[in-house]
Structure formats: C-alpha cells, structure tokens
Write a protein that binds this ligand. Sequence first.
Ligand code: P53
Length: 490
Amino acid sequence: MMFPKNFYWGGATAANQCEGAWNVNGKGMTDSDITTAGSFDTLRAKTYQLENGDVIEVPMFQSKPENAKGYVKSDRYYPSHNAVDFYNRYKEDIALFAEMGFTMYRMSIAWSRIFPKGIEEEPNKEGLEFYRNVFLELKKYNIEPLVTLWHFDTPIYLEEELGGWSNREVIKHFDRYAKTVFEEYKGLVKYWLTFNEINNQLMFVEFAKDMPKEIISKRFQELHNQFVASSHAVKLAHEISEDYKVGCMINGITPYPLTPNPDDVLAAQKSFQRNIYYCGDVQVRGHYPAFAQRLWDQFGVELDFTEQDTIDLKEGTVEYFSFSYYMTMCVTAKEDVEKASGNFSFGAVNPHLEYSEWGWAIDPTGLRYFLNEVYGRYEVPLMVVENGLGQDDVLEEDGSVHDEYRIDYFREHIKAMDEAIQDGVDLIAYTSWGCIDIISAGTGEMKKRYGFIYVDLDNEGNGTMDRYRKDSFYWYKKVIESNGQDLDSL
Ligand code: P53
C-alpha cells in the first residue's frame, strides 16, 4: 500500500461553476455573473454598460473599460446564473459523493453571498446559513470540507468602485470576510485554501506578448496584494482556531524544455520560476525569491510594498501546498514553433503527448515530475486539488454513461501519484476536478464535462438537471475503497 492510510480522496468544485442562485437570498454580483458562454475557439465575453448607456461586450481577461458597469443582457445566456443548481440540490449531490466514499470535498465560498458588495460591516445571514447547511450535510457522511476562500469571484462592487485588487483597500475587506467565515465555521471546517490558482495572473502575462507594460505592472501589484491578503488570512485562521490548517493553491501547468538546446532548458527553468516558484516561495517560504528583482526590472514593475507586508508575508506562511494539475507545456527560446492550439493550451506542441479535445496535453508523468519538484523545494505536505479530463459524454437511454476515456485518464494519474509517494513525496489528498459536471471556467460550456456524475444540461442551459452515475462513478468508488490499489475494476 503506497497511499497512506489516512489519505484523503474526493472531488472539487467552485461556487460560481456549480451553485447557481446568482441573485438569490442576498447574493451580490461577481464577474462571472456578467460572463457569457464561449466555446473551444470563441472566448467568453463580459457584458458592460458604459456611462452613455451603450452596452458592450469585452473578451474575458481583458480589463474592464473605465467607468463601465457590469450589465446583464436579456438576450444572452449567462451560465453562472443557474449553473447546475447545487444551491438547491446539495443534499442529493453530497449523498452521491458519499456513495463514492469521498473523505474530502473541495468547494469554495462565494464571497458575495457573505458580503454582497464586499464593503458591508455585517455579513449576510442567509449566505452564512447556506454554507453552514452544506458543512453539516458533509459532516453527516464524515466528508472533510476543503474550503477555498476565493475562486476568481471578487464582488463586482469592489471591482467597479474600488478598482479591484490593485487597490490595497480591497485587502481589508477580504480580511473581514476571512475573519467572518473562520469564526462562523469553527468546528465544521479544518482545511482552508486562500486564493485559487493565484499564479494565473503571471501565467497569462507570459502568453500575452503585447500586453502594455502598465497592465503587466498592475498584475504584479494585484498579485502582491493577494499575497498580503492571503498571509492575513493564515494569521487570522490560526488566531481563531488551533484546528485550522491553511494552504496555498497554484495552477500547476508544468514547463518542459522543448529541446535539449541549453537556451530552451533555461527558458523552461525561467518559466518554472516565474509561473510556479514566484508564488510558491512567497506563500510557503514567506518572502520573494532571489529572481524576483530581475523579473520586476524586466517589466518595469515598482511594487507598492510596505514594511508591514514584509512581516505579514513572513508570519502568514501556509502549512501545505495545493495545486491543480492538468497539463505540461513545452517552452522554447525560439519564436517560430508550432503552438499547441485550443482553449488555454500553453506552449509548443509536444510530439510525445496526446491532447484532449480542448487541446490540453495529457501527461500523467508530468504530475509525478511536478510533485517531486515542488516537494523537493518546499518539504511541506502536498495536495492535488484539481485534476481531470474535460470531455463530452453520451447519456444512454438507460441512464448510463460509458466514459472509459475518463477512467483511463484517472488511472494513469493515480499511478503517477503512487510513484511520487514511493519517491518520498508527502502527498496527503487528491480531489479530482468537477466531480459532478459543472460549468467550464474557461469556455462557459457544459459539454466540457469532468464529472463522475452526469448532469442533464446543455450549453444553452436546457435540460432537466437530473443527475446520473457514469461508469467512472463506480470505478472511483472501488479506487477509494481500496485506497488507490484497485485501479481496474468497475
Ligand atoms: P475549464 C486555465 C488553465 C488551467 C486551469 O478548467 C484553469 C484555467 C482557467 O480556466 O482553471 C482551473 O473549466 C480552475 C477551475 C476550472 C478548471 O481549471 O476551463 O481552477 O475553476 O474549471 C478547469 O476546463
């Protein structure tokens, strides 16, 4: 047996991709509530109203035009509004997770359910109650919640009125939110994550070659402010309960050199530093790494960085390192290489790998490599908190779904974790992504399905939302029962 006896097995979701109930019981708006659906080759759009009344659409990831306000158009479909209705169906969904034998469920709290605008002094009671009920339901089945405080969903008011994360004011509103939920859920939750894929900010800079310098500078500042907010949350959590354990969450897209050309090897190392270690070092070691200064100089960044920040970052380090793992990417110093195509595919094409229908490289060995790299640097427990294959499924007339491709994907990634544990890595949890089909973050589609549980809903929002067990559901149940040893039976 390589997986330790108390290894956590489970699945993961995020509030805005599964809950729905976007404007119910006091919830405030977030960016996702004004984001339309896209597809493999069409970016999702955000809809805004300008001061002169005009309504415009801006591609996702582009900055909000000044003075524009989020606007919901009546003729557009916004997947987050109903999502897969976890808000009303959480009991049924948690019962299905329990049936598979989950011992951990990763979920996020929507900040805007607790503080609709972000600035209120008092929390919204109905929001608090919803998550309390979810935690109580999980407790019934001895499923340990792993709770993300921020999964890309800043209250839209803070973006519009305060300018979002580039404004240090937002930190104090986040502190109040974190303190509120830490106090509220004492005894119900033990494991917390602060910011989901905090490194995306820099990751996307690397691929936006023509991004203006001011915007890049702003990204670095936003990230710094999130680091500070994260360190505050860690400190608060420990003040509030001795039971609390807090981790960071990093997008683990793993760079490889495209060729043995030393320039490519160096480029891959730089990519690892910038995309992974820049954030990991601040959150685990409590200070910026040595290479940061050169990076700031390169982009003309001058961080607004107080003495108190230095102290907070040092004191607010996380106890474990969690990450998402979907793919590796090939990095090269050359310009004219064939790029992997598709939705958020990164880097040059790797001739040794297969790609998913959405263009994501499938590479279980990369997971073992990443686990070893990161554990070697930090020597803190690791958690894989997202991993999975987004693919459309066929719901048969009898309600079955034959998703052997998904089983194959998971089997190989679980083997890779087993190997990494044998290599000496202290891996403590695995929560696969989208354990029940949810809205894709990248494309807003429903058909990019990750779940063990099929949800009857299409890309336009039609369907009964009924839940069905896929073949992978029965397979994962066996995996959990055997603590990762039985990877072959259905
Ligand atoms: P979807 C980009 C690249 C890798 C992971 O993604 C990413 C993103 C941003 O979309 O995000 C994580 O749904 C994220 C989840 C998301 C999941 O990957 O685009 O934490 O919210 O759903 C999968 O297929």
